[in-house]
Design a protein around this ligand. Structure first.
Ligand SMILES: [Zn+2]
Length: 387
């Protein structure tokens, strides 16, 4: 007999996944507004370009456009969300609703990223954009608490790879590091825009002992991962899924890691994997073929993320539902991914530890104890020894 709770023997229900405390590290603010909010904001700001005027149809349009395999159509979707996110009021609202939606989905800690330079078209300055988004997240956290949910949201300021404002954005992130901005990111099309073009921004952040992640190893393979880590000094990899190109799996299942894959695993470099997004961009053919499970079995520091909830029609819970269907994950596996993500967050160590010990572990323990006391719980004889 052991004093530990038994391992939950079968995949959790969608409701249990939703109630499980979860952590999100890779989510774009302009990839997650509610369709109904976009329609209302378009009305208020006089934006005529939305392709649909009913919320359901608009949500469907975003998913379709992102599924189409056409890069133009995919990028076009962000034109619409950003078009209506140009005023203080719009940014406050979208950020507040983001916090509420994540909290409703059981997310207890999130790092949501956005590019301040994409929200200046109606006259806001970079500082005003950051202040509006911060205000929105604090509002959303308060509303979530009133509804019985506990969530903390930090932000990452993103600079666009093709633009030339990365140092300015890095300095902006550093100025706001004590007021909700927890790090920095580089995003945008990888082709033709290597992160080394932004070395001055990364040098600056390292000089300031600040944190950053880089979108790398999504469309592009190992060279982009190597560059992000060894030339730029990234703390985490946005996606990083192509690290599997440096892993050889023999027919008997034995895996051999190349030097870069070994480095990533040895140094516990967090991988911000986004399964549904990868399926839409063609980085994986199906959930069952997604490298997330190979990387999990090899004990890489894997985390599960949404990327763009609106474009992918997803949530953190839905990502775990799909992975549970594909790989038979239990609550223990979801807890493992969640603790990985919390360990990899950019907030201070003691705050990460407090969330792990006071929120995440008790949350999973409570859910697992339900297996013992509900009708669906198995008899003790069928408890799996899987660990
Ligand atoms: Zn992303």
């Amino acid at each position: 007999m052991t004093s530990q709770l038994p391992t939950a023997p079968k995949p959790p229900t969608a409701d249990q996944i939703r109630r499980a405390p979860k952590v999100l590290l890779h989510d774009h603010l302009d990839g997650g507004p509610r369709p109904g909010t976009l329609i209302e904001l378009a009305g208020e700001t006089g934006y005529q370009g939305l392709p649909e005027t009913e919320a359901d149809k608009l949500g469907h349009w975003f998913r379709e456009a992102s599924d189409s395999g056409s890069l133009e159509r995919y990028l076009d979707t962000f034109t619409h969300t950003n078009a209506v996110m140009q005023t203080r009021e719009a940014l406050v609202r979208v950020a507040a609703e983001c916090a509420e939606d994540l909290a409703e989905d059981g997310v207890v800690y999130a790092e949501v990223r956005y590019a301040p330079e994409l929200h200046l078209a109606a006259g806001l300055g970079l500082e005003e954009v950051v202040e509006a988004v911060n205000e929105g997240f604090r509002l959303g956290e308060r509303r979530a608490r009133e509804n019985g949910h506990r969530i903390r949201v930090g932000t990452l300021l993103t600079a666009m790879r093709h633009a030339a404002r990365s140092l300015e954005v890095a300095q902006l992130a550093n100025r706001h590091r004590d007021s909700g901005v927890v790090g920095f990111d580089i995003a945008g099309a990888e082709a033709g825009h290597p992160p080394t073009r932004h070395l001055d921004a990364f040098d600056y952040l390292r000089h300031e002992n600040n944190h950053f992640t880089i979108h790398a190893g999504e469309a592009f393979g190992l060279p982009s991962i190597w560059e992000a880590l060894q030339r730029c000094g990234a703390d985490r990899l946005g996606h990083g899924v192509r690290i599997v190109d440096d892993i050889t799996v023999a027919e008997d299942g034995t895996a051999t890691l190349g030097r870069l894959a070994s480095y990533v695993r040895d140094k516990r470099v967090p991988l911000e994997l986004c399964p549904t997004s990868n399926l839409q961009t063609g980085a994986a053919a199906s959930y069952a073929e997604h490298p997330v499970d190979l990387l999990r079995r090899l004990r890489f520091r894997v985390t599960v993320n949404t990327d763009n909830r609106l474009m992918s029609g997803t949530s953190v819970s839905r990502e775990f539902e799909r992975l549970t269907e594909a790989f038979g994950y239990t609550l223990d596996d979801i807890a493992w991914f969640t603790v990985n993500a919390m360990k990899s967050a950019f907030i201070p160590f003691n705050e990460r530890l407090a969330l792990i010990n006071d929120v995440i572990k008790p949350g999973y323990a409570a859910l697992k104890s339900e297996w013992l006391f509900t009708e669906t719980a198995p008899t003790s004889g069928s408890v799996s020894s899987r660990g």
